[in-house]
Structures are given as C-alpha cells and as structure tokens.
Design a protein around this ligand. Structure first.
Ligand SMILES: [Zn+2]
Length: 211
C-alpha cells in the first residue's frame, strides 16, 4: 500500500497551521535543504560529501537515539558547519503519543544535542509531520517548528530515482524548504537525485542555505 503524500505541501494545510514554518521568503532564489532521520553510517557521510563538493550548507533533523549511537557522525555534521534540529528521540508519531511523553522524548534529544553543541539554536521537526495542536502548544515557546514545502519522496519504494529527482525539481520554488532523508531506505535515490538536484538549481542561480 503506497503511502499517500504530496510533493508540494498544499496551501490549505499550511493555512491550518500558520504558526509552523513551511517555507522561506518567496522573493529570493534561496532553497533550504533538510535531511531527516540521521545521523547514521554510510548515508549521512554520503550526504556530507555531496554537500561539501557542492559547497553548500543544509539542515539535519536528527533522531536522538541515532545521536547516542553515532556521536562521531553527529560531530561530523556539526563540524561541517550545517545546522541541526531535533526530530525526537525515538522518531515518535505525534498523533499516537500523549503530550507529556512527546515533550519528554523531545527534551531527551535536546539534552543529547547540547552535549555536542552547547550554543545550539533550537529547531524542531515532527517525525512524519504528525503533531497535535497540544504538542505544538507545548513545544512552541522553546522551539521553532519547521515543516516543509517540498517532500522528495526519497523514502518511497514505489518511486523511481528519476521521478524522485524530477518531482522534487518541479515542486521547488523560491524559498522552498525541501526534505530528503539520510536514512538507509533513501540511499539509492539520494545518491542519484541529490547531486543532480543541487546542480540543477545552482545552474539556475539559486543559493542553498541552512535554516
Ligand atoms: Zn523522520
């Protein structure tokens, strides 16, 4: 059963949650690349390598348990000058998790991040984009909550790597926040689509920035 999702987040969803961050300004040729679910061996270093070759910075929304397991890969992300965000400790689905547990799990990840990066600028992205209004209310004072404008679909086993690239290019516009995954299930598509995606927009005069 394919997972239903949109390559570009529809405007009505953004209007339902105006306090979440969906994209950047539309008057500048800037794209915000983001990578969810790392840090993990192989895939995160691959992404770091691609970004370094392109000379650009991005944002990594990290799972706390992966930071615990792979602290040296997390340090590589930080040392390369990318920004990092909190993606909960256990990759929780907010719609299936009570508020207190959700906040505690998020705080546990913040504690992990701060051990590596004491002056961390808080950023949070809910796994699956699923977060309740009560959870938003509980986290908002501490964290800007970052969603996305473009979902690459790199996690989708039914999407070819060519379509992953083409759909992502078509959905992207000025100010887009774009999601890829530094996760093993996305590796094949990422390896193909990410360098091509970046060079497509660099040739068109876009800049890539971290959040
Ligand atoms: Zn995730």
């Amino acid at each position: 059963m394919p997972i239903p999702y949109f390559h570009r987040t529809p405007a009505f969803i953004k209007m339902l949650y105006p306090n979440l961050i969906w994209k950047g300004r539309e008057d500048k040729k800037v794209i915000f690349l983001s990578f969810d679910d790392g840090p993990v061996p192989c895939v995160t270093p691959l992404v770091l390598d691609i970004l370094e070759k392109a000379g650009i910075k991005a944002s990594f929304f990290c799972v706390g348990d992966n930071i615990r397991k792979y602290p040296e890969i997390f340090d590589q992300v930080i040392n390369a000058g990318h920004s990092v965000g909190n993606h909960t400790y256990s990759h929780l689905n907010g719609w299936k998790t009570d508020v207190n547990h959700y906040v505690q799990d998020t705080q546990k990840t913040t504690d992990q991040i701060l051990k590596h990066l004491p002056d961390w600028k808080p950023l949070f992205r809910p796994p699956y984009g699923r977060i309740s209004r009560a959870q938003i209310y509980a986290l908002t004072p501490q964290y800007p909550i970052v969603m996305w404008d473009v979902l690459s679909g790199d996690f989708d086993p039914n999407l070819s790597k060519e379509n992953c690239l083409n759909n992502s290019i078509k959905a992207t516009r000025e100010g887009s926040i774009v999601v890829f995954h530094d996760s093993p299930k996305a590796m094949d598509k990422l390896e193909f689509a990410l360098p091509a995606y970046i060079s497509h927009f660099l040739k068109k005069g876009y800049k890539f920035q971290k959040l």
